[in-house]
Ligand binder design. Sequence first.
Ligand code: ATP
Ligand code: MG
Length: 432
Amino acid sequence: MSYQRPKGTNDLLPGVSEKWQFVEETARLIFRDYQYQEIRTPIFEHYEVISRSVGDTTDIVSKEMYDFYDKGDRHVTLRPEGTAPIVRSFVENKLFGPEFSKPYKTYYMGPMFRYERPQAGRLRQFHQIGAEAFGSENPAVDVESMAMALDFFNQLGIKQIKLVINSLGDKETRATYRQALIDYLEPKMAELSDDSKRRLHENPLRVLDSKDKKDKAIVTEAPSILDYLSDASKEHFETVKTMLTDLNIPYEIDSNMVRGLDYYTNTIFEIMSEAPGMGAQSTICAGGRYDGLVEELGGPSTPGFGFALGIERVLITMDAENVEVPVINEIDAYIVGLGTETNIESLKLVQAIRNFGFSADRDFMNRKAKAQFKTAGKLNAKLVLTLGENELSEGIVNVKSMENRNEKAFPLTDIYEKFDEVYDEMTANTPV
Ligand code: ATP
Ligand code: MG
């Protein structure tokens, strides 16, 4: 019998997990700079939270949900994305209240689940980092948020990216555009994919988001939503463009871009990687404004703007651009213990050194001196402490600095009482 991980999931092993930590730590630093604070929501939610906000006709809800009935017959689902849970939490915990600053800026990171056809950059358990800002209609929030996402990629060393924006307008815009789109698509109905045929009257904007080749060709000629923007939406979009220009942020407009979630209004954006070999999974970050979502989930009318980025795709992009992740491969001290009699003393030594706040390790396998020194070298130990049976009986330990080759025997009590001083003495660039 051999067990394998479920299809579309990954084990992140050392060598790779360092890269994840680097990405996550970089994100946390950026969020600090922009004053976003973390919310952690449960991995599963009531089905309704997702279906109501993401939309019943979306691929996510209609095909990709990991939903089930629990033992109490509650319909729950693993979360497929982060915004709906955050909005649910925002409403449930009344984060719109007067005691909280506005806009309320929050971020999250963690696993998301979608039943998709797995391929490079498309998994069933994948990981997102996302940010949301609640309570301001100011287009400066849209632009700050996009700038923050770009800043994050810049900090990671990712260079070959482009920002693509569009506007989906407000309610008024959507009503007039919906009819124009139906009028355009109806005569071509026979050529559309089955999914798109079904969605044409239910939710025609979904047809624009179809991944079907023939659908894609048909929608290239579709009327542009930008020609239908209400005066308010037009002004919002114009201001967003002006602000991007003022910040010297280059962008493209794609009037066919609608995104895979129903809750967006006005500004939407994607950040795409232009690195070679990214294939169809080149969108590494996506988001936009969702001014009706808080109300949809039972809260007071509250505008919102947010985005999510896929960590797996970010790492593929970093590989494609040959970005090196800094790894710390260094340890302050390594104990070489020779002979089984030194076992207990080695344990006491390594713990004492750690209690002084230094990193340290030792041999546990009773290996020969040569093998232990080799390990110390591989770990780039700054100090190697050697304890043989003779040293043990004399109550001393031999300390060697691997950087300046200083070597000196110390009483064991020095290590226990003042290892910090021993460390400074041995690593200083003066002979001992
Ligand atoms: P796509 O069009 O590629 O399916 P999407 O529109 O479904 O993406 P969103 O729901 O907006 O994507 O999610 C935001 C980001 O999360 C994406 O840009 C991508 O980086 C990442 N992402 C989404 N689905 C997956 C997945 N199944 N595996 C890995 N990353 C994903
Ligand atoms: Mg998708």
